[in-house]
Design a protein. Structure first.
Length: 355
């Protein structure tokens, strides 16, 4: 049997991709080609608060549609580069999950299959993310205007306590009327120093249990047992636990037990990668999502989607109208080990965190 016949047999049972899925593939490919590593940074002034405290560089997962003309029609396969493991366990190739609980259980198994990074002496854990933020500025007429900003965020954390760590932001691009001086401030570095046992995040998370019951009990003790309160705490912990997948596995299992979570079958992260998401209505006109790879069920990032026209308070204590469909969020691009801190910007801020 030739390769085309084998390909036909392999994909005969697969559903045809939707136009939106193909659009996401094309967008990711175009983005990969059009943006060869441009880097710039997000301002803190007038930026809507929320999301993780740091986010990074773009290693956008590349998805392509591979079409083969067969006697029975056209078969299309999406191939992930950078976000998928060719040694993917067989259980990850099963039918798509039926609900949010099933997706979270698959995500927990996928996270449990990933080893926690163990830095050698002197090494740092380096995390890269892409952030999409809302920037509101006043136009010449005095009207508040919206601009969407994409930014790289990176973080370098030592495994041990007492060593400095670095966060870096750099804007990439903006869509909207805000002048560049308000969203492009070059590289913004912050060097943190602390001898506290709970800093930085890697050191703090290393003390967390990985038993789901114990993780839930710890969250409930600190935040209460209402589903939305537990969910809000989980979102932040999930974003941080990319440096410790074993904890992420427990967090997903805790999330699976919450009332009010729903499956979003056609989600996209802010890097343009198509995925499956679990979401909860925040009760304030927004829906928050945890997004997972459609094939491997690995965590891609988080988003907050405005579900109706609503009022938003800015860091300047002003209130603006935010349109339905506005998205903010972060996408995890890389988590790796590096030998040390990079060269720090001469304009870097330095913050000492007291215990």
């Amino acid at each position: 049997m030739d390769e085309m016949e084998e390909l036909g047999r392999l994909w005969a049972g697969m559903p045809e991709p939707t136009e939106r899925e193909l659009a996401g593939s094309r967008a990711a490919l175009t983005s990969r080609i059009a943006r060869p590593g441009r880097r710039t940074l997000l301002p803190s002034v007038l930026a809507r608060p929320g999301g993780s405290a740091f986010l990074p560089l773009r290693r956008v997962a590349l998805l392509s549609a591979v079409a083969a003309a067969l006697t029975v029609g056209i078969l299309v396969a999406q191939v992930g580069l950078g976000g998928s493991d060719p040694r993917t366990p067989g259980y990850l190739l099963a039918a798509p999950p039926a609900d949010a609980q099933a997706l979270l259980k698959l995500a927990a198994r996928a996270a449990a299959d990933q080893p926690d990074p163990v830095p050698a002496r002197g090494q740092y854990i380096h995390t890269k993310r892409l952030a999409q933020r809302s920037l509101y500025t006043k136009g010449e007429s005095g009207k508040i205007q919206y601009t969407k900003v994409l930014a790289d965020e990176e973080r370098w954390e030592a495994a041990g306590v007492g060593k400095p760590w670095l966060s870096r932001e750099q804007a990439l691009s903006a869509e909207g009327p805000a002048p560049e001086r308000l969203w492009n401030r070059g590289i913004e570095d912050i060097v943190y120093e602390s001898s506290c046992p709970g800093e930085p995040a890697y050191a703090r998370l290393s003390a967390w249990p990985t038993d789901p019951a114990q993780v839930r009990a710890k969250i409930v003790t600190e935040h209460g047992d209402k589903p939305l309160a537990v969910w809000s705490a989980l979102k932040g912990l999930v974003a941080e636990s990319v440096v410790r997948p074993s904890l992420g596995a427990a967090l997903y299992q805790v999330a699976a037990g919450l009332d009010g979570i729903v499956l979003i079958p056609d989600a996209f992260d802010v890097a343009g990668r198509p995925g499956l998401a679990v979401a909860m209505d925040e009760g304030d006109g927004t829906r928050s999502e945890l997004i997972f790879d459609r094939r491997t069920y690995r965590y891609l990032g988080e988003s907050t989607v405005t579900t109706r026209n609503t009022k938003v308070k800015l860091t300047t204590r002003r209130e603006v109208s935010e349109r339905k469909g506005t998205v903010t969020g972060t996408a995890v691009l890389t988590v790796d080990l590096v030998p040390g801190l990079p060269e720090v910007s001469p304009k870097a801020s330095r913050i000492k965190i007291p215990c």
